[in-house]
Design a protein around this ligand. Structure first.
Ligand code: ADP
Ligand code: ADP
Length: 222
């Protein structure tokens, strides 16, 4: 049973002069619970557009997007940590729980454990500007997981980090994934990153609008 079913998905952007850009052509993907799926492909093949449509941040032109879960709640991690600079780590991390009025003692305790698990125990009172890039991304991931979303969507979350920090973050993300058993859709430009992290890799071909090929590969679970 899949939690998200994408069928014959098409996206055409139109600018105000009527110029059309095909961003996705006839994409089919079925996402099962607890899968870690990496999406890889050249710039412009529609990876971000796909993630944004799944997240409801962008409208599809045609096709289907079906959720087999009641809330259809998503967690989103962008390339640049989008932390609120005037809030410390703890206040940033619990912000989505507060917005949803789900900041119960139980949920806040879970959140605190997740922060500790992610190596942020000593940084709860630190402000974003006091943190390294890797630490800021860790806070973003914890924040996106705080309200227990059905799926974690990540758009090149480590793309702006140096190679060593990136390797470290990949290890940590894998630990967090094994701990939380979350369904993850992860965009990357790096084949090695995709293979290291995922149990499934989806390769999208360039030039959507013609025939967009999608290669769907299952890997042994890391
Ligand atoms: P990727 O993430 O694989 O680099 P994108 O989904 O960002 O690909 O972009 C797919 C295509 O859609 C590209 O040609 C891009 O220029 C175009 N595109 C993306 N966002 C917009 C937008 N908001 N308006 C118009 N065209 C867009
Ligand atoms: P990351 O790999 O998460 O980017 P770094 O390699 O930059 O982290 O930092 C390694 C360790 O150094 C961190 O786990 C943290 O304990 C400490 N550290 C990093 N930045 C700061 C800072 N601004 N203030 C205090 N300690 C820091």
């Amino acid at each position: 049973m899949s939690i998200i079913e994408v069928k014959r998905l098409n996206k055409i952007y139109k600018n105000n002069k009527g110029k059309e850009t095909h961003a996705l052509s006839n994409i089919n993907i079925s996402i099962k619970p607890s899968e870690f799926i990496s999406i890889i492909g050249p710039s412009g093949c529609g990876k971000s557009t796909l993630l944004q449509i799944v997240a409801g941040l962008e409208e599809k032109t045609s096709g289907e997007l079906n959720w087999n879960s009641e809330e259809g709640e998503i967690g989103y991690v962008f390339q640049d940590a989008t932390l609120l600079p005037w809030k410390n780590v703890w206040d940033n991390a619990k912000f989505p729980l507060e917005m949803r009025k789900k900041d119960t003692i139980e949920n806040l305790e879970k959140l605190e454990r997740l922060l500790d698990f992610s190596g942020l125990a000593d940084f709860k009172h630190a402000f974003p500007k006091e943190l390294s890039g890797g630490m800021k991304q860790r806070v973003s991931i914890v924040r996106a997981l705080s309200y227990d979303p059905d799926i974690l969507l990540m758009d090149e979350p480590f793309g702006a980090l140096d190679a060593m920090t990136r390797d470290k973050m990949n290890l940590e993300l894998l630990r967090v994934w094994q701990e939380t058993n979350k369904t993850v859709l992860f965009i990357t430009h790096s084949i090695s990153e995709a293979v290291f992290l995922s149990d499934r890799v989806i390769i999208m071909s360039p030039r959507p609008g013609r025939i967009q090929k999608v290669l769907d590969i299952n890997l042994p679970r890391p």
